[in-house]
Design a protein around this ligand. Sequence first.
Ligand SMILES: *[C@@H]1O[C@H](CO)[C@@H](O)[C@H](O)[C@H]1NC(C)=O
Length: 368
Amino acid sequence: MDFNLALVIVVTTILGIGLQGCDSKVVQFIFGDSLSDVGNNMHLSRSLAQASLPWYGIDMGNGLPNGRFTNGRTVSDIIGDNMDLPRPPAFLDPSVNEDIILENGVNYASGGGGILNETGAYFIQRFSLDKQIELFQGTQELIRAKIGKRAAYKFFKEASYVVALGSNDFINNYLMPVYTDSWTYNDETFMDYLIGTLERQLKLLHSLGARQLVVFGLGPMGCIPLQRVLTTTGNCREKANKLALSFNKAASKLIDDLAENFPDSSYKFGDAYDVVYDVISNPNNYGFQNADSPCCSFWNIRPALTCVPASSLCKDRSKYVFWDEYHPTDSANELIANELIKKFGLSNTNQGGAPSPAPAVAPSPEDR
Ligand SMILES: *[C@@H]1O[C@H](CO)[C@@H](O)[C@H](O)[C@H]1NC(C)=O
C-alpha cells in the first residue's frame, strides 16, 4: 500500500476516535456583549447594533467585517489564544453543528446585550444573558443527543466559560432617561437588582454543569468617547466610572461567595479598570497617542455612533485606544487581555510557541 494512503487512513481513524467523544477537547462557551460578539448580531437582521460594514475587522484575516466590534481581535480572542483554546464560532454562524461545537465551543455574545433582559431594547434585536443561557441549554440538548448523557456531562464540565456583560446595563439602560429602569431605581437599588440577576444566572450555569468560569468586570466606561461627548468639558463622565467601580466591587464579592458555595468549581473574577484608566490618563506611557476619540469617525460629526464605509480612519490604528465611540482597538484589547490574564492567574500555554497573532497595521483607506 502507498505510504501516503496508509497515513491518511491512520489519521482518519484517529480523528474518528476523537469524534466519538471518548476524550473530549476543552473548549470555551462565551456569554457577552459587543466586546465579545464574533458575528451573532450580523445574523440578527433587525438589530441596530451592527459591525457588519467596513471598516470593522480591517486588521483581521481578509480585512472584511466579521461581526467583531473592533478592527482586530476581541479581549476573549486574545485570552483564548493565550490558553491555546480554539476560538468558538458565533452561535448563529450557519456552519455550526454538533461536530463544530465539540471541537470549538460556541460564542453566544451579542452586541447591545446585557445582564438584564430590558437592556439595549433600543437596538431591537440582541441576545440578553438570559437568552444566551437559554440558547446554551439548547446546545446541551444537541450534544447529549449526539454523544450521550455521560460524555456530554464530562464535555460541559471540562469546558471553560466566559461571562462578560454589564456595561450595556448602564450605558444602554440605567444611564439613559428613555429606559424605565433609569427612573425606577437609584444607584444602590439598581446595583442590587443587577447583581441579584447575575447571581441567579451564574447559579443557573452551575446547575447546568459549568464548572470553570471566568467573569470579566467593567472598565472605566465613563471614558469611552461617546460618554465624553455627553459632558460639556469632554472629560470622562464620573458618574459612569463610579458605577463601573461599584459593579466591579459587588461582582467580585459575588464571585468570592460562589467560589465558597461551590467548592467543586473554579470561579475567577478580573477587571482591567485601573490599567485602562491609567492608559487613558497617560497614553504615551503605553505607546498610545490618542485615548479620547475614536479612530474611525465620520469626519467631525460626533458622536458618530458607528463606523461606516464613509468614515475616515486614523493614520495609525495601533496608537488609538478607541476604535469607535464605544469599543477599544485591537491594541487596547491586547493590553486589557494581558491584564486579565494576570488577574485570573492564567498560565500562558503557548509561550515561545505560536507566532504572534498581532495584526499587521495596513495603511488606512482614508488617512486624515
Ligand atoms: C428574560 O428572558 C428570558 C427569555 O429569553 C425569559 O425566560 C426570562 O424569564 C426573562 N427574565 C425576566 C426576569 O423577565
